[in-house]
Design a protein around this ligand. Sequence first.
Ligand SMILES: [Zn+2]
Length: 249
Amino acid sequence: MSDIAAACEWVAAAQRIVVLTGAGISTESGIPDFRGPRGVWTRNPAAEAQSTLQNYLADPQVRRAAWQARLESPAWSAQPNAGHLALVALERRGKLHALVTQNVDELHRIAGNSADRIIEVHGTMRRVMCWSCGRRTPMEEALARVRAGEPDPACSDCGGILKSDTISFGQALVPEVIERALAAAAEADLLLAVGTTLQVYPVAGAVPLAKEAGARIVIVNDQPTAFDDIADAVLGGPIGELLPRLCAA
Ligand SMILES: [Zn+2]
């Protein structure tokens, strides 16, 4: 039996699937993968250095550049693709235990997955957070202020620095969110990793954790991943074609 045929049977038999998604599932929606072969940071490492939390908080120029980049993000007009929709079908079949994503674009929620199944380990770009008072507000409100001429809008409550509610380089993950993701992985009977090279910890640790707990591991990614050797199936090819087959969407 081919890998895809075997993986389809495992998905059909599974009852508690944990899906782990990375940038690769959103590239077909027009959102670039920052770390991929043609990614923004791969081509321009200086841009990555600029994007640390410490630089952002210390330097108004970095914040002004960041607000301009946010205004121009292709994510605002991006729509969910066939890969996202396949995971909605998986939930409708009653098989989705949790959807852990490293993406900050909210395309899983927009596609139709339930918010209570989605675990966003790197936060969301559709909200801003004040670094002084912790208040969270819609990104759209902040972007409207930038468009209206404020190059670096401050918190309207306390005057603090606003930043997208995502995990930047140099910023700590939220422990409760990571614990929830790993706990879900340990309860899975099948872990499906999609569009991630599984190199970013602690989230990548969900894969060996699920394996040790007895889950099948299915990886869908065009490039080799850190856990191909412990996977039951590794599938390369367009995610928007493979996931609808796997999930019987
Ligand atoms: Zn504030």
